[in-house]
Design a protein around this ligand. Structure first.
Ligand code: SF4
Ligand code: F3S
Ligand code: FES
Length: 253
């Protein structure tokens, strides 16, 4: 077996000197074991510059393989690891341990308002159904371009913000109206409707507005701004909802 070089030994010692002990307090639920969720603590030695997702990986790989959560890209792109961390919706892959007071236990729970299937995994079907209901695709008739559908920079600017959505559900699952009965379309669906309603190339804006004129549509928003605070992409969610409301009144978009 190769003897570690002095450089490697020193590098390992330097890395170890940065480690701190952190408690992860995780909401556990397994319907095959109990109908009730419980809290479980795990202690970890971890570099505070690592992310909450790294801590969850360490727990799953080294301490308890049954811990269940979603993640895919690990870089804030896929939107699959939204969870409540210290009581706030965040992406685990974008949350550094050092930024959330590691001196106290770090609480990790599933996002609210959607049925918990196991541990941190919720049933996303109602969320994606509302997304599908607002027709999140470009609708055009005729005038097929030979290469691309051109648009001015000014026209593109009108919906630039809402193109950034990664469908993580952090907004919808932080909305008290959605928690109430889960029937409200929710901010994420409205954001994705906004992205097409204000696209000058699209021809189904009226149709989408009528869909959102529903009793469970935009008018249920009480402008609480939780959604804007929760969005990991920095989208001005509440502003987008206000623009859709205004378009419904003026029929100008
Ligand atoms: Fe996530 Fe923001 Fe899209 Fe809501 S608007 S689903 S918080 S990226
Ligand atoms: Fe809900 Fe956001 Fe409106 S949190 S009430 S959708 S401003
Ligand atoms: Fe993809 Fe966090 S794992 S956004």
């Amino acid at each position: 077996m190769a003897t570690p070089t002095m450089d490697k030994v020193e590098a390992d010692a330097a890395a170890a000197s940065h480690l701190i002990t952190v408690t992860f307090r995780i909401r556990r639920f397994n319907p095959e074991v109990s109908a009730d969720a419980t809290w479980e603590d795990f202690q970890l030695e971890i570099d505070p510059k690592e992310r909450v997702l790294d801590g969850l990986h360490k727990i799953k790989w080294d301490l308890d393989g049954s811990l269940t959560f979603r993640r895919s890209c690990a870089h804030g792109i896929c939107g699959s690891d939204a969870m409540r961390i210290n009581g706030k919706n965040r992406l685990a892959c974008k949350t550094l341990i050092k930024d959330i007071n590691p001196a106290k236990p770090i609480t990790v729970e599933p996002i609210k308002g959607l049925t918990v299937l196991k541990d941190l995994v919720v049933d996303m079907d109602p969320f994606f159904q509302a997304y599908r209901d607002v027709m999140p695709f470009l609708v055009t008739t005729g005038n097929e371009p030979t290469r691309e559908r051109l648009q001015s920079a000014e026209d593109r600017e009108r919906f630039d913000d809402t193109t950034k959505c990664i469908l993580c559900a952090a907004c919808t699952s932080s909305c008290p109206v959605f928690w109430n009965d889960g029937q409200y379309f929710g901010p994420a669906a409205i954001v994705n409707a906004h992205r097409f309603i204000f696209d000058s190339r699209d021809e189904a804006g009226e149709q989408r507005l009528e869909i959102l004129n529903d009793k469970d549509g935009v008018w249920r928003c009480r402008t609480t701004f939780n959604c804007t605070d929760a969005c990991p992409r920095g989208i001005e969610v509440t502003k987008a909802i206000q623009e859709v409301k205004r378009a419904l009144i003026t029929r100008r978009f």
